[in-house]
Design a protein around this ligand. Structure first.
Ligand code: NAD
Length: 286
């Protein structure tokens, strides 16, 4: 089976490599020639453009930064893909863009699914991503073996766009936890309590979370190398706020988290890890 993989960045590159390891023929394209060469070195084939990559593919995967890039690439996938093609967009984008892609694809007999992921670069490298999938259940069943080479928690969550809505929910929870862990560190330090001891206790109690488990020590040491960049989380909070408006619900804490992330970006921390929300909370406090 041949898989075309478009967008070989921090996430796409190791994901494509895992598909090669799983025995698929992978044809990759990225606007960066370096990224394509990296895939070739890992056993994949390079293509000169999207149309060439998808021409003989049974499955197409896109892993692009944001909605505008998907709006540019998806029509080429649909125009040049074979009828019956499975098209998995695994980028984090707006749910309404995913619904548009699904409609355009269906009109040409292409089976599109939105399948954004959680788990970060580590999850992409290890093939342990959480994958939330929106689209037709039969198409999901057909795509399931391919997704199994990329992740371990793979759930069909609803119709087209539902995967993106779940990802938006994921990002607002993650942003909220980072913001509150940052406030806990500021409180402990200002009160003269050792934050390492304090957060060790929190991690073992009801406040425990994956974020406390893997990030509390680097946050206390103020190590903010990405990981997941503030710039990308800013995009995702915009998606969450827009999805809430579209659904007609008020999410006051989400709005505040979005503002915290916006402040981190405005303060010049866009390329730091999202745990750098701690810098914003510190700045509130002198
Ligand atoms: P990235 O910027 O490293 O990779 C995106 C790649 O797409 C780049 O290599 C870029 O050259 C390529 N690209 C851009 N436009 C293109 C086009 N028109 N045609 C072909 N290639 C094009 O980003 P990433 O960190 O890999 O993230 C990709 C997506 O996954 C984003 O939507 C992000 O929000 C999401 N995501 C990222 C993480 C993470 O930890 N980095 C975790 C979960 C989800």
């Amino acid at each position: 089976m041949t898989i075309a993989f478009i967008g070989l960045g921090i996430m796409g590159s190791p994901m494509a490599a895992n598909l090669v390891k799983a025995g698929y023929d992978v044809v990759g394209y990225d606007v960066s020639a370096e990224r394509v060469a990296e895939l070739e070195a890992r056993g994949g084939k390079g293509a000169a453009g999207v149309a060439e990559a998808v021409a003989d593919a049974d499955v197409v995967i896109t892993m692009l930064p944001d909605s505008p890039q998907v709006e540019e690439v998806a029509p080429v996938v649909v125009a040049h893909g074979a009828s019956g093609l499975i098209y998995l967009d695994m980028s984090t984008i707006r749910p309404d863009t995913s619904r548009w892609v699904a409609r355009e694809a269906a009109a040409k007999g292409v089976r599109a699914l939105d399948a954004p992921v959680s788990g970060g670069e580590r999850g992409a490298v290890d093939g342990t991503l959480s994958i939330m999938v929106g689209g037709d259940p039969e198409d999901f069943a057909a795509a399931r073996p391919v997704l199994g080479a990329l992740g371990t928690t793979i759930v069909h969550v609803g119709p087209p766009g539902a995967g993106q809505t779940v990802k938006a929910a994921n990002q607002l929870v993650v942003g909220g936890i980072y913001g509150l862990v940052a406030e806990a560190i500021v409180l402990l330090e200002a009160s003269g309590v050792d934050p390492v001891a304090g957060l060790d206790v929190l991690a073992g109690g009801l406040a425990g979370s994956r974020i406390l488990d893997i990030k509390r020590h680097t946050m206390i040491r103020r190590e903010f190398a990405p990981g997941f960049r503030i710039d990308l989380h800013h995009k995702d909070m915009g998606i969450a706020v827009a999805a809430a408006r579209e659904a007609g619900v008020a999410l006051p804490l989400t709005a505040q988290v979005a503002q915290l992330v916006a402040a981190a970006r405005a303060q010049g921390h866009g390329s730091l890890d999202h745990s750098a929300l701690l810098k914003v909370v510190e700045r509130f406090n002198g």
